[in-house]
Design a protein around this ligand. Structure first.
Ligand SMILES: NC(=O)c1ccc[n+]([C@@H]2O[C@H](COP(=O)([O-])OP(=O)(O)OC[C@H]3O[C@@H](n4cnc5c(N)ncnc54)[C@H](O)[C@@H]3O)[C@@H](O)[C@H]2O)c1
Length: 361
Protein backbone atom coordinates (compact mmCIF):
# COMPACT_ATOMS: atom_id res chain seq x y z
CA UNK A 1 0.00 0.00 0.00
CA UNK A 2 1.31 3.44 -0.91
CA UNK A 3 1.77 5.66 2.11
CA UNK A 4 0.10 9.06 2.12
CA UNK A 5 2.58 11.90 2.04
CA UNK A 6 2.11 14.69 4.57
CA UNK A 7 3.83 18.06 5.07
CA UNK A 8 3.93 20.19 8.23
CA UNK A 9 3.78 23.99 7.85
CA UNK A 10 5.07 25.85 10.93
CA UNK A 11 7.55 23.96 13.12
CA UNK A 12 6.92 25.47 16.57
CA UNK A 13 5.35 23.96 19.69
CA UNK A 14 2.25 22.19 18.41
CA UNK A 15 3.98 20.88 15.26
CA UNK A 16 5.84 18.47 17.56
CA UNK A 17 2.54 16.83 18.54
CA UNK A 18 1.51 16.52 14.86
CA UNK A 19 4.86 14.95 13.93
CA UNK A 20 4.71 12.52 16.86
CA UNK A 21 1.16 11.46 15.92
CA UNK A 22 1.95 10.95 12.22
CA UNK A 23 5.02 8.88 13.14
CA UNK A 24 2.73 6.39 14.91
CA UNK A 25 0.63 5.88 11.76
CA UNK A 26 2.11 3.17 9.52
CA UNK A 27 0.25 4.43 6.43
CA UNK A 28 1.65 7.99 6.69
CA UNK A 29 5.04 9.49 5.97
CA UNK A 30 5.95 13.08 6.77
CA UNK A 31 8.03 14.10 3.77
CA UNK A 32 8.31 17.88 4.19
CA UNK A 33 8.42 20.57 6.89
CA UNK A 34 8.44 24.35 6.39
CA UNK A 35 9.02 27.30 8.70
CA UNK A 36 9.57 30.97 7.88
CA UNK A 37 12.45 31.23 10.35
CA UNK A 38 15.48 30.19 8.26
CA UNK A 39 16.93 26.86 9.43
CA UNK A 40 14.11 26.16 11.93
CA UNK A 41 12.43 23.48 9.79
CA UNK A 42 15.77 21.72 9.33
CA UNK A 43 16.35 21.65 13.09
CA UNK A 44 12.79 20.37 13.59
CA UNK A 45 13.27 17.54 11.09
CA UNK A 46 16.37 16.39 12.97
CA UNK A 47 14.87 16.80 16.46
CA UNK A 48 11.64 14.99 15.52
CA UNK A 49 13.50 12.14 13.82
CA UNK A 50 11.73 12.75 10.50
CA UNK A 51 14.55 11.15 8.54
CA UNK A 52 12.77 11.20 5.16
CA UNK A 53 11.54 14.81 5.36
CA UNK A 54 12.87 17.74 3.34
CA UNK A 55 13.04 21.13 5.07
CA UNK A 56 11.92 24.43 3.53
CA UNK A 57 11.96 28.08 4.58
CA UNK A 58 8.56 28.87 3.02
CA UNK A 59 5.22 27.11 2.72
CA UNK A 60 5.08 27.75 -1.04
CA UNK A 61 8.25 25.71 -1.61
CA UNK A 62 6.78 22.90 0.49
CA UNK A 63 3.51 22.99 -1.46
CA UNK A 64 5.41 22.41 -4.72
CA UNK A 65 6.26 18.93 -3.39
CA UNK A 66 4.07 15.95 -4.27
CA UNK A 67 2.07 15.81 -1.03
CA UNK A 68 -1.42 14.49 -0.28
CA UNK A 69 -2.03 16.62 2.81
CA UNK A 70 -0.60 19.19 5.19
CA UNK A 71 -0.90 20.03 8.87
CA UNK A 72 -0.92 23.79 9.35
CA UNK A 73 0.71 24.73 12.66
CA UNK A 74 1.50 28.41 12.15
CA UNK A 75 0.31 31.32 14.33
CA UNK A 76 -3.35 32.23 13.73
CA UNK A 77 -2.68 35.16 11.41
CA UNK A 78 -0.95 32.83 8.91
CA UNK A 79 -3.77 30.26 8.85
CA UNK A 80 -5.62 31.98 6.01
CA UNK A 81 -2.76 32.35 3.50
CA UNK A 82 -1.23 28.93 4.13
CA UNK A 83 -4.62 27.15 4.04
CA UNK A 84 -5.82 28.79 0.84
CA UNK A 85 -2.47 28.13 -0.87
CA UNK A 86 -2.47 24.50 0.31
CA UNK A 87 -6.04 23.85 -0.87
CA UNK A 88 -5.43 25.55 -4.22
CA UNK A 89 -2.33 23.41 -4.76
CA UNK A 90 -4.48 20.30 -4.27
CA UNK A 91 -3.62 19.34 -0.68
CA UNK A 92 -6.04 18.29 2.04
CA UNK A 93 -5.62 20.44 5.16
CA UNK A 94 -5.64 19.74 8.89
CA UNK A 95 -5.61 23.25 10.35
CA UNK A 96 -4.85 24.08 13.97
CA UNK A 97 -7.47 26.07 15.92
CA UNK A 98 -8.70 28.80 15.84
CA UNK A 99 -9.73 28.67 12.19
CA UNK A 100 -8.79 32.25 11.25
CA UNK A 101 -8.54 35.77 12.62
CA UNK A 102 -11.56 37.19 10.81
CA UNK A 103 -14.80 36.05 9.24
CA UNK A 104 -13.67 37.31 5.80
CA UNK A 105 -10.58 35.12 5.97
CA UNK A 106 -12.61 32.09 7.08
CA UNK A 107 -15.09 32.65 4.22
CA UNK A 108 -12.23 32.80 1.73
CA UNK A 109 -10.81 29.55 3.12
CA UNK A 110 -14.18 27.78 2.84
CA UNK A 111 -14.59 29.10 -0.69
CA UNK A 112 -11.18 27.62 -1.62
CA UNK A 113 -12.23 24.34 -0.02
CA UNK A 114 -15.52 24.25 -1.95
CA UNK A 115 -13.91 25.16 -5.27
CA UNK A 116 -11.07 22.63 -4.99
CA UNK A 117 -13.06 19.79 -3.43
CA UNK A 118 -10.17 19.19 -1.01
CA UNK A 119 -10.74 18.60 2.69
CA UNK A 120 -10.44 21.37 5.29
CA UNK A 121 -10.61 19.99 8.83
CA UNK A 122 -10.11 22.10 11.97
CA UNK A 123 -8.13 20.60 14.85
CA UNK A 124 -10.45 20.44 17.86
CA UNK A 125 -9.10 17.35 19.67
CA UNK A 126 -11.66 17.46 22.56
CA UNK A 127 -14.23 16.18 20.04
CA UNK A 128 -12.50 12.81 20.35
CA UNK A 129 -13.36 12.44 24.04
CA UNK A 130 -16.16 9.82 23.96
CA UNK A 131 -17.92 11.85 26.68
CA UNK A 132 -18.22 14.80 24.28
CA UNK A 133 -20.14 12.41 22.06
CA UNK A 134 -22.26 11.41 25.08
CA UNK A 135 -22.99 15.09 25.76
CA UNK A 136 -24.04 15.51 22.14
CA UNK A 137 -26.25 12.40 22.36
CA UNK A 138 -27.98 13.70 25.52
CA UNK A 139 -28.70 17.11 23.99
CA UNK A 140 -29.82 15.69 20.65
CA UNK A 141 -31.99 12.99 22.27
CA UNK A 142 -34.48 15.70 23.25
CA UNK A 143 -34.19 14.76 26.97
CA UNK A 144 -33.71 18.43 27.88
CA UNK A 145 -36.69 19.57 25.77
CA UNK A 146 -36.08 22.88 24.01
CA UNK A 147 -32.72 24.32 25.09
CA UNK A 148 -33.27 28.05 25.59
CA UNK A 149 -30.15 29.10 27.56
CA UNK A 150 -26.53 27.95 27.50
CA UNK A 151 -23.61 29.20 29.52
CA UNK A 152 -20.08 28.14 28.60
CA UNK A 153 -16.50 29.28 28.70
CA UNK A 154 -13.65 28.91 31.09
CA UNK A 155 -11.03 30.76 32.96
CA UNK A 156 -7.51 30.44 34.10
CA UNK A 157 -6.67 32.24 37.31
CA UNK A 158 -3.26 32.80 35.71
CA UNK A 159 -2.46 31.36 32.30
CA UNK A 160 -1.50 34.03 29.81
CA UNK A 161 0.75 32.85 27.01
CA UNK A 162 3.35 35.15 25.44
CA UNK A 163 5.29 35.26 22.17
CA UNK A 164 3.17 34.88 19.04
CA UNK A 165 -0.06 34.56 21.09
CA UNK A 166 -0.10 38.16 22.35
CA UNK A 167 0.99 40.10 19.27
CA UNK A 168 -2.15 41.00 17.36
CA UNK A 169 -0.42 40.89 13.96
CA UNK A 170 0.36 37.19 14.60
CA UNK A 171 -2.49 35.91 16.79
CA UNK A 172 -5.31 38.17 15.57
CA UNK A 173 -7.00 37.84 18.98
CA UNK A 174 -6.36 36.74 22.55
CA UNK A 175 -8.19 34.52 25.02
CA UNK A 176 -11.56 34.58 23.23
CA UNK A 177 -10.13 32.94 20.11
CA UNK A 178 -7.27 30.96 21.69
CA UNK A 179 -9.22 29.05 24.35
CA UNK A 180 -12.75 30.37 23.76
CA UNK A 181 -12.95 28.46 20.49
CA UNK A 182 -12.86 25.19 22.48
CA UNK A 183 -15.82 26.14 24.70
CA UNK A 184 -17.81 27.32 21.70
CA UNK A 185 -17.09 24.12 19.81
CA UNK A 186 -18.14 21.94 22.73
CA UNK A 187 -21.47 23.71 23.24
CA UNK A 188 -22.32 24.46 19.62
CA UNK A 189 -21.36 21.01 18.36
CA UNK A 190 -23.58 19.39 21.00
CA UNK A 191 -26.42 21.67 19.85
CA UNK A 192 -25.88 20.97 16.12
CA UNK A 193 -24.25 24.36 15.41
CA UNK A 194 -27.35 26.63 15.46
CA UNK A 195 -27.06 29.86 13.45
CA UNK A 196 -26.24 33.02 15.46
CA UNK A 197 -28.04 36.28 14.72
CA UNK A 198 -26.46 38.83 17.08
CA UNK A 199 -23.74 39.36 19.67
CA UNK A 200 -23.30 41.80 22.55
CA UNK A 201 -19.79 41.62 24.00
CA UNK A 202 -17.17 43.17 26.26
CA UNK A 203 -13.40 42.55 26.17
CA UNK A 204 -10.50 43.83 28.30
CA UNK A 205 -6.75 43.40 28.86
CA UNK A 206 -6.16 44.55 32.45
CA UNK A 207 -3.73 41.72 33.28
CA UNK A 208 -1.76 41.31 30.07
CA UNK A 209 -0.86 44.98 29.78
CA UNK A 210 0.23 45.22 33.44
CA UNK A 211 3.96 44.43 34.01
CA UNK A 212 3.01 43.10 37.45
CA UNK A 213 1.25 40.19 35.76
CA UNK A 214 2.95 39.73 32.38
CA UNK A 215 6.68 39.79 31.61
CA UNK A 216 5.90 40.84 28.02
CA UNK A 217 3.30 43.48 28.98
CA UNK A 218 4.85 46.00 26.60
CA UNK A 219 3.99 43.69 23.66
CA UNK A 220 0.51 42.66 24.88
CA UNK A 221 -2.00 43.73 22.19
CA UNK A 222 -4.97 41.36 22.63
CA UNK A 223 -7.78 40.72 25.14
CA UNK A 224 -7.18 38.58 28.25
CA UNK A 225 -10.87 38.57 29.25
CA UNK A 226 -14.12 38.61 27.33
CA UNK A 227 -17.81 37.99 27.83
CA UNK A 228 -20.58 37.83 25.24
CA UNK A 229 -24.30 37.21 24.96
CA UNK A 230 -25.12 35.52 21.66
CA UNK A 231 -28.65 35.20 20.26
CA UNK A 232 -29.53 32.38 17.85
CA UNK A 233 -32.18 31.92 15.14
CA UNK A 234 -33.87 29.21 17.24
CA UNK A 235 -34.60 31.69 20.07
CA UNK A 236 -31.78 30.40 22.26
CA UNK A 237 -29.17 32.55 23.96
CA UNK A 238 -25.64 31.57 24.91
CA UNK A 239 -23.48 33.37 27.44
CA UNK A 240 -19.80 32.94 26.65
CA UNK A 241 -17.02 34.01 29.04
CA UNK A 242 -13.30 33.49 28.89
CA UNK A 243 -10.29 34.60 30.92
CA UNK A 244 -6.58 34.00 30.51
CA UNK A 245 -6.18 35.63 33.95
CA UNK A 246 -8.52 36.82 36.70
CA UNK A 247 -8.90 37.29 40.44
CA UNK A 248 -11.24 34.29 40.69
CA UNK A 249 -10.88 30.51 40.77
CA UNK A 250 -13.45 29.66 38.10
CA UNK A 251 -15.97 31.24 35.74
CA UNK A 252 -18.40 28.47 36.55
CA UNK A 253 -19.64 25.33 34.86
CA UNK A 254 -21.05 24.89 31.40
CA UNK A 255 -24.82 24.56 31.60
CA UNK A 256 -27.66 23.81 29.22
CA UNK A 257 -31.13 24.88 30.42
CA UNK A 258 -34.00 23.12 28.66
CA UNK A 259 -37.76 23.13 29.04
CA UNK A 260 -37.72 19.57 30.46
CA UNK A 261 -34.29 19.27 32.12
CA UNK A 262 -30.97 21.00 32.65
CA UNK A 263 -27.44 19.67 32.26
CA UNK A 264 -24.36 20.85 34.15
CA UNK A 265 -20.99 19.92 32.67
CA UNK A 266 -17.62 20.23 34.41
CA UNK A 267 -14.24 19.80 32.74
CA UNK A 268 -11.75 17.08 33.61
CA UNK A 269 -9.08 18.07 36.10
CA UNK A 270 -8.81 20.91 38.53
CA UNK A 271 -6.53 23.84 39.26
CA UNK A 272 -5.77 27.19 37.70
CA UNK A 273 -5.92 25.92 34.10
CA UNK A 274 -9.17 23.99 34.42
CA UNK A 275 -12.40 24.88 32.73
CA UNK A 276 -10.89 25.69 29.40
CA UNK A 277 -12.27 22.69 27.51
CA UNK A 278 -9.13 21.83 25.57
CA UNK A 279 -9.33 18.42 27.24
CA UNK A 280 -12.04 16.09 28.46
CA UNK A 281 -15.28 16.15 30.42
CA UNK A 282 -14.95 15.53 34.20
CA UNK A 283 -18.62 15.20 35.18
CA UNK A 284 -22.18 15.68 33.90
CA UNK A 285 -25.25 16.12 36.11
CA UNK A 286 -28.81 16.10 34.78
CA UNK A 287 -31.42 18.16 36.71
CA UNK A 288 -35.03 17.10 36.19
CA UNK A 289 -38.39 16.73 37.97
CA UNK A 290 -39.23 13.08 38.54
CA UNK A 291 -40.64 10.76 41.24
CA UNK A 292 -42.75 13.66 42.52
CA UNK A 293 -39.85 16.03 43.21
CA UNK A 294 -36.71 17.81 42.16
CA UNK A 295 -34.25 15.13 41.09
CA UNK A 296 -30.71 15.03 39.84
CA UNK A 297 -28.94 12.20 38.08
CA UNK A 298 -25.21 11.85 37.60
CA UNK A 299 -24.50 10.84 34.01
CA UNK A 300 -22.04 7.91 33.99
CA UNK A 301 -18.88 8.82 32.11
CA UNK A 302 -17.11 6.57 29.63
CA UNK A 303 -13.68 5.68 30.98
CA UNK A 304 -10.96 5.85 28.38
CA UNK A 305 -7.23 6.29 27.94
CA UNK A 306 -7.39 7.85 24.51
CA UNK A 307 -4.73 10.34 23.48
CA UNK A 308 -7.19 12.89 22.05
CA UNK A 309 -4.56 14.72 20.02
CA UNK A 310 -3.42 11.47 18.38
CA UNK A 311 -7.06 10.57 17.65
CA UNK A 312 -7.59 13.87 15.83
CA UNK A 313 -4.51 13.38 13.63
CA UNK A 314 -5.40 9.73 13.00
CA UNK A 315 -8.98 10.55 11.99
CA UNK A 316 -7.75 13.19 9.55
CA UNK A 317 -5.10 10.90 8.03
CA UNK A 318 -7.62 8.06 7.66
CA UNK A 319 -10.09 10.44 6.02
CA UNK A 320 -7.37 11.38 3.49
CA UNK A 321 -6.54 7.71 2.89
CA UNK A 322 -10.17 6.61 2.58
CA UNK A 323 -11.49 9.65 0.66
CA UNK A 324 -13.89 10.56 3.48
CA UNK A 325 -15.31 14.02 4.26
CA UNK A 326 -13.47 16.34 6.65
CA UNK A 327 -13.90 15.07 10.24
CA UNK A 328 -14.41 18.65 11.56
CA UNK A 329 -15.39 20.67 8.49
CA UNK A 330 -14.28 24.28 8.04
CA UNK A 331 -17.83 25.06 6.83
CA UNK A 332 -19.13 24.23 10.31
CA UNK A 333 -16.43 26.11 12.23
CA UNK A 334 -17.22 29.16 10.09
CA UNK A 335 -20.20 29.63 12.41
CA UNK A 336 -18.04 30.11 15.50
CA UNK A 337 -15.69 32.33 13.50
CA UNK A 338 -18.72 34.52 12.75
CA UNK A 339 -19.46 34.66 16.49
CA UNK A 340 -15.88 35.60 17.41
CA UNK A 341 -15.93 38.23 14.66
CA UNK A 342 -19.17 39.59 16.15
CA UNK A 343 -17.61 39.57 19.65
CA UNK A 344 -14.81 41.90 18.56
CA UNK A 345 -17.07 44.18 16.52
CA UNK A 346 -19.48 44.47 19.44
CA UNK A 347 -16.76 45.01 22.07
CA UNK A 348 -15.29 47.81 19.97
CA UNK A 349 -18.64 49.43 19.16
CA UNK A 350 -19.89 48.91 22.77
CA UNK A 351 -23.29 47.73 21.50
CA UNK A 352 -25.05 44.67 20.10
CA UNK A 353 -24.13 43.81 16.49
CA UNK A 354 -25.77 41.44 14.02
CA UNK A 355 -24.04 38.37 12.61
CA UNK A 356 -24.28 37.67 8.88
CA UNK A 357 -23.60 34.18 7.54
CA UNK A 358 -23.63 32.75 4.02
CA UNK A 359 -26.61 30.48 3.28
CA UNK A 360 -24.51 27.31 3.10
CA UNK A 361 -23.14 27.69 6.66
N1 LIG B 1 -4.77 22.05 19.41
C1 LIG B 1 -4.00 22.40 20.42
O1 LIG B 1 -4.00 21.79 21.48
C2 LIG B 1 -3.08 23.58 20.24
C3 LIG B 1 -2.13 23.86 21.25
C4 LIG B 1 -1.25 24.92 21.04
C5 LIG B 1 -1.35 25.71 19.90
N2 LIG B 1 -2.31 25.45 18.97
C6 LIG B 1 -2.43 26.29 17.76
O2 LIG B 1 -1.35 25.97 16.89
C7 LIG B 1 -0.90 27.14 16.21
C8 LIG B 1 0.60 27.29 16.43
O3 LIG B 1 0.84 27.40 17.81
P1 LIG B 1 2.31 27.08 18.43
O4 LIG B 1 2.15 27.05 19.88
O5 LIG B 1 2.92 25.90 17.75
O6 LIG B 1 3.06 28.43 17.98
P2 LIG B 1 4.61 28.68 17.82
O7 LIG B 1 4.78 30.14 17.79
O8 LIG B 1 5.37 27.83 18.79
O9 LIG B 1 4.96 28.07 16.36
C9 LIG B 1 4.50 28.61 15.15
C10 LIG B 1 5.59 28.40 14.09
O10 LIG B 1 5.08 28.79 12.81
C11 LIG B 1 6.11 29.48 12.12
N3 LIG B 1 5.50 30.28 11.06
C12 LIG B 1 4.90 31.50 11.15
N4 LIG B 1 4.37 31.86 9.95
C13 LIG B 1 4.66 30.86 9.08
C14 LIG B 1 4.41 30.64 7.70
N5 LIG B 1 3.72 31.53 6.97
N6 LIG B 1 4.87 29.51 7.13
C15 LIG B 1 5.59 28.61 7.85
N7 LIG B 1 5.86 28.77 9.16
C16 LIG B 1 5.39 29.86 9.78
C17 LIG B 1 6.85 30.26 13.20
O11 LIG B 1 8.15 30.65 12.80
C18 LIG B 1 6.85 29.24 14.34
O12 LIG B 1 7.99 28.40 14.29
C19 LIG B 1 -1.74 28.31 16.75
O13 LIG B 1 -2.77 28.58 15.84
C20 LIG B 1 -2.31 27.77 18.05
O14 LIG B 1 -3.57 28.32 18.37
C21 LIG B 1 -3.15 24.39 19.11
Amino acid sequence: MNKIKVGIIGSGGIARAHAAAYKKLPFVEVTAVADVVPGKALEFVAAAGLTDAAAFDSHTELLAEGLDAVSICTPNASHHRTTVDALRSGKHVLLEKPMAVSLDEALDMVQAQRETGRMLSIGFQPRYDPNMKRLQDIIRSGRLGDVYYVETGGGRRRGMPGGTFIRKSLSGAGAMADIGCYSLDMALNALGYPRPVSVSAFASSHFGTNPLYHAEAIHFEVEDFGVAMIRFENDMVLQFKIAWAMHMDTLGPTMFLGTNAGLKVLPYGSGPWSGVWDGSIGSMMLYHDDFGGLTQTEVPLIEHRLDLFFEKVRDFAEAVRDGRDAPIPGEQILIQQAIIDGVFRSAEAKREVSVELPVYA
